[in-house]
Design a protein around this ligand. Structure first.
Ligand code: FAD
Length: 662
């Protein structure tokens, strides 16, 4: 096969959301020639959709805030399954990352005395989210893009070429991380990436010893989601295929408030800022039901009466917060229970009301996007009537198992991951606002360490093997020959439609591995995934490589099937309920499980392109085998000085005895 065009860069960043752009800026500032590649148009990443804000303990609105309080809140939110070192770095460094954005031109909302304003969010003890109305992500991306342009202008002055040291390849999709098997430990070192241009279908290779994955989440594997078309778990799958392990994959966050009506917009996010700014949840009886759902571990931190909850908005120091501001997993489960008990709204959600809490003008000023979204999409005026909301798949806590300080994928030389594609930081449940801060903190760290590694190699870099490039091209082209030539079909069979397979996969995950899980249903999900995997081998497309959405869907299937299997397999294994993982058949949180991380890795033969080698015979239909295998890893003890930030009584709720006594 003719070899595709090649370029050489020091660092390749896959993804141009917040994590990718922050990594690219850092790598370039370290002197590394850096390429950024993104699947959609530059500036259209998920980060742009972020509404509520960036969590950072700047203490602008309440001086009691500091990194230790933020660390505590993050660990509580994640039910102590967080990688504590990541949670520590995140809490310590988030304020600097926000200040830095301001020096790069970000215009945050201000307090009356001119400081960066901070708003309340679920699970955060103090007002902590730096924000720009409800369009914070847009400002974040705008600022990072502006910084990139300024670096490119510097390069133009020095080299006469804007793209001499920082180049963006937009509308290009990476399908493989390439490795040099003769280098590094554990099966080789990263040597580059294989990509196709979405518009032309042209293949190309970027040779690079350091690859930063910043590809975001996996929400498109679920039917009802706040995520956009891009979030097919590509980075998670690329990492697995490159030999990395994924951690915490059973923990998927269902945001409590997505739109439920009309059907065409079901799942679109209703920002938590609505509750942070005073919005209340009511059932069809008009009752503020969240007071009935405060779990024991949080009982002393939340208001017992509506009056106390309401007073908290005016006087947070002398009152406890309303239970509408519990962490997301708690609120999502409560809404689910109310609907199931027959106390839901007409379209299967509950009511979220700000109209009785704030003047119309304030709502329009503080929540402009929400006002617009409901008016345009549902013909609801949120300044005058309540919204109908229900849970929607929003975020994956699981991701690439990384070294906390360097963001390097453990065991894979040259591979780094940051942002939503990385796992560990949020444990079993992420607090709102902690993603934007996470991607800034660890995006910077990933860019820094990727650049240092690449520049430290000098001339002796891992090489791209033409054989692996041919294999990647074969894999990418397979859907064009998956029709009659595939040898697996009967005459006249035109193959499987990739779009239908997407839909069936999304329904399977939504219905069988969704917000409330049961062992039997997850076993069934694994069987269905095995059948979908077999059918996906026959997913054929017609036409040519120039902008062919059917082809792109067929290629996404590999990634969606891999991450879905990780979620289902880990969720079946974890026999307890914690954070974003709720088992109806194991409803309690079990302290012994705090010491267990479930790591997913590709099983032997699992990388037999493009959809993996199935076990012999009909075993493919069974849940016991598949492409993913689980490894149990014992979580390290939390450092003493960090443990000392908590009361012993609280720790006793989370830590097993041996850890407590230690
Ligand atoms: P993304 O911003 O998701 O970017 C991923 C990038 O990877 C994109 O450029 C994409 O094109 C690229 N990519 C993916 N696959 C490939 C591939 N194969 N090849 C090439 N490129 C690829 N979090 C908060 O902290 N605060 C909030 O207020 C908040 N609000 C939110 C509101 C909404 C509606 C949503 C959906 C999420 C919100 N979140 C919020 C979560 C947060 O926005 C995301 O977790 C975060 O933006 C993820 O950033 P990222 O940089 O990791 O990835």
């Amino acid at each position: 096969m003719t070899q595709p065009e090649r370029q050489a860069w020091d660092v390749v960043v896959v993804g141009a959301g917040g994590a990718g752009l922050r990594a690219a800026i850092e790598a370039r500032e370290q002197g590394a020639r850096t390429a950024v590649i993104c699947k959609s148009l530059f500036g259209k990443a998920h980060t742009v959709m972020a509404e509520g804000g960036i969590a950072a303990s700047m203490g602008n609105v309440n001086e009691g805030d500091n990194w230790q309080v933020h660390f505590r809140d993050t660990m509580r939110g994640g039910k102590f399954l967080n990688d504590w070192r990541m949670a520590e770095l995140h809490a310590r460094e988030a304020p600097d990352r926000v200040w830095e954005l301001e020096t790069w031109g970000a215009l945050f909302d201000r307090t009356a005395d001119g400081r960066i304003s901070q708003r309340n969010f679920g699970g955060h003890e103090y007002p902590r989210l730096a924000h720009v109305g409800d369009r914070t992500g847009l400002e974040l991306i705008r600022t990072l893009q502006q910084k990139i342009v300024s670096l490119q202008q510097e390069d133009f002055r020095e080299f006469g070429d804007h793209e001499a040291r920082l180049k963006v390849f937009q509308e290009c999709t990476i399908t493989r991380v390439l490795k040099d098997e003769s280098r590094g430990e554990d099966g080789g070192a990263v040597s580059g990436v294989f990509a196709y241009e979405r518009e032309s279908g042209r293949f190309f290779v970027i040779e690079s010893p350091a690859v930063v994955l910043a590809t975001g989440g996996i929400g498109k594997s679920f039917k009802v989601t706040s995520n956009s078309w891009e979030y097919t778990g590509d980075g998670h799958a690329l990492a697995l295929l490159a030999g990395a392990r994924l951690t915490n994959m059973e923990f998927v966050q269902f945001h409590p408030t997505g739109m439920v009506w009309p059907p065409s917009v079901k799942g679109i996010l209703v920002t938590e800022s609505v509750r942070g700014d005073g919005g209340v949840l009511r059932n069809s009886d008009g009752k503020r039901f969240m007071f009935d759902y405060v779990p024991d571990v949080f009982k002393d931190k939340y208001a017992k009466t509506e009056e106390e909850g309401d007073r908290w908005y005016e006087d947070a120091d002398n009152n406890r917060r309303p239970p509408e501001l519990l962490p997301r997993d708690e609120v999502a489960r409560a809404i689910n229970a109310e609907v199931k008990a027959g106390r839901g709204s007409p379209h299967g959600g509950v009511f979220l009301d700000v109209s009785t809490r704030m003047p119309a003008e304030t709502i329009r000023r503080r929540l402009p996007s929400m006002h617009h979204q409901f008016k345009e999409l549902a013909d609801v005026d949120i300044t005058a009537e309540p919204m109908e909301v229900g849970p929607t798949c929003h975020y994956v806590m699981g991701g690439v198992w990384v070294e906390p300080d360097t963001a390097q994928a453990r065991g894979v030389t040259g591979l780094y991951a940051a942002g939503e594609v990385a796992g560990g930081m949020h444990g079993s449940n992420r607090l709102g606002g902690n993603s934007l801060s996470d991607l800034l903190v660890f995006g910077r760290r990933a860019g820094l360490h990727a650049a240092q590694y690449a520049l430290g190699l000098g001339g002796g870099r891992p090489a791209v093997d033409p054989g692996t490039v041919d294999a990647a091209a074969d894999e990418a082209l397979r859907p064009f020959s998956a029709g009659a030539g595939a040898g697996e079909q009967t005459a006249g069979d035109s193959g499987e439609n990739p779009y239908t397979l997407h839909q069936e996969l999304q329904t399977t995950m939504n219905d069988l591995v969704g917000i409330i899980r049961r062992g039997g249903e997850m076993t069934e999900a694994l069987q269905q995934l095995a059948r979908l995997r077999a059918r996906a081998r026959r997913a054929g497309v017609e036409g040519h490589r120039q902008f062919n959405p059917g082809w792109h869907l067929a290629l996404d299937l590999r990634n969606m099937l891999l991450v879905s299997e990780c979620v289902a397999r880990a969720a079946l294994e974890r026999e307890e309920s914690r954070g974003g993982h709720t088992r109806e058949d194991h409803p309690e949180m079990d302290r012994q499980w705090r010491r267990v991380n479930l790591l997913c890795r590709l099983a032997d033969g699992g990388d037999d392109t493009p959809f993996g080698k199935e076990p012999a015979g009909d075993a493919a239909a069974g849940p016991g085998r598949g492409r993913i295998e689980l490894v149990r890893h014992t979580t390290p003890h939390i450092r003493r000085d960090l443990l000392a930030l908590f009361e012993k009584d609280e720790l006793a709720k989370y830590l097993p005895d041996e850890e407590l006594f230690q």
